[in-house]
Design a protein around this ligand. Structure first.
Ligand code: KIV
Ligand code: ZN
Length: 391
């Protein structure tokens, strides 16, 4: 197996923006855009890039092959269903990567077994055959029991053991419909580690969807229980309510390293840039109050907060904007802003005011702020020019 087991405290970041993320209705990206995003992911230190689903279309195949050839550092992964045809196609697409990976999956829950009309035994045989086939082609094979969180525990243990014996070195546990909750997510990983022979020689991955808004919490709970790979997307892009957001799990592990002592290889100062790129090319804007990368995530408007932040940023900021590569001002001027913020803002714009001048400008600023939602730098400059004319 080429997939080395990470150090005890290391968590691998598996980005699937280009595969699960692109499955969001309307989020289709062009070939060139996918290449650009893959380059940014590689530069920021993502360990594994799931570049697409090669059997899905000629375009997906071409994008995965091109990403495999251009990528310097990260492993490049292609998705395949449990069929030899899918697996061969995925291998064709990734085989020129420095570090190729095949990711094959099958739905193992009763609902999925009903659809595929496979008995437990027939499915177990299929898993053995397809994982072995992938392993004969590629040294790094990942296997996923889709809908794992709704699969019977005994059956889940049985098929995970089969996949490990057939050569999978990463076992991904998908919460396909965003159904699990943090305690259950942790218990599931713990149960697999305890019950499945050979579980200590492979990496468990957690792959969460956000239907109940718990994807980040569920992923972190899985890590605390022993998972060492988080599957995620930039901005949480993904079908329905999306996938675990890369920026959230990475920053949570960084900011709360005191209680979650795990590290990732991500250069967090590149987060904002790639977030903007993915929002632009996917056409999915980031909600204003989205954790970490939302437009408002570091903005302070209320006077009390602005005053606190100006005196000591830690009063109202648990991380610095620069940590995610945001070098813009974090003070937004509006009707809740106070004198201290106005003085600082005007100083930044080149105006040093005596107290009586500040009082005068403050009154007119408040009147303006009542009329406008946000008062921009240009508005303040106009206010100052107006004061000098009327002085
Ligand atoms: O959510 C899911 O189950 C998936 C699998 C293909 C891993 O994306
Ligand atoms: Zn998924």
């Amino acid at each position: 197996m080429t997939n080395t087991i990470p150090e005890q405290d290391q968590v691998l970041i598996f980005d699937t923006t280009l595969r699960d993320g692109e499955q969001s209705p309307g989020a289709t990206m062009t070939h060139q855009e996918k290449l650009e995003i893959a380059a940014l992911l590689d530069e920021m230190g993502v360990d594994i890039i799931e570049a697409g689903f090669p059997i899905a279309s000629e375009g997906d195949f071409a994008a995965v092959s091109a990403i495999a050839q251009q990528t310097q550092r990260a492993s490049i992964c292609g998705l395949a269903r449990a069929s030899f045809g899918d697996i061969d196609r995925a291998w064709e697409a990734v085989k020129h990567a420095r570090r190729p990976r095949i990711h094959t999956f099958i739905g193992t829950s009763p609902l999925h077994r009903d659809i595929t009309k496979l008995s437990q035994d027939d499915m177990a045989e299929k898993i053995h055959a397809t994982v072995s086939h992938a392993r004969n082609l590629c040294a790094d094979v990942q296997w996923s029991p889709m809908d794992a969180t709704r699969t019977e525990h005994d059956y889940l243990c049985r098929v995970v053991e089969i996949a490990i014996k057939a050569g999978a070195s990463t076992i991904n546990i998908p919460d396909t419909v965003g159904y699990t909750a943090p305690r259950e997510s942790a218990d599931l990983i713990r149960m697999l580690l305890e019950r499945v022979p050979g579980a200590d020689s492979i990496v468990f991955a957690t792959h969460c969807h956000n239907d109940l808004g718990m994807a980040t919490a569920n992923s972190l709970a899985a890590v605390e229980a022993g998972a060492r790979q988080i599957e995620c997307t930039i901005n949480g892009l993904g079908e329905r309510a999306g996938n675990t957001a890369l920026e959230e799990v990475v920053m949570a592990l960084k900011v709360r390293n005191d209680i979650m002592p795990y590290r990732t290889g991500i250069d967090t100062t590149r987060i904002m840039n790639i977030s903007r790129k993915v929002a632009t090319v996917s056409g999915f804007p980031v909600q204003f109050n989205k954790a970490i990368v939302g437009k408002n995530a570091f903005l302070h408007e209320s006077g009390i907060h602005q005053d606190g932040v100006l005196k000591n940023a830690e009063t109202f900021e648990i991380m610095r904007p620069a940590d995610i590569g945001l070098n813009e001002t974090n003070i937004v001027m509006g009707k809740h802003s106070g004198r201290a913020a106005l003085r600082t803002k005007l100083r930044d714009l080149g105006y040093e005011l005596a107290d009586n001048q500040l009082n005068d400008v403050f009154v007119r600023f408040k009147a303006l702020a009542d009329r406008k939602k946000e008062v921009y730098d240009d508005d303040l400059i106009a206010l100052m020019q107006d004061s000098t004319t009327h002085a």
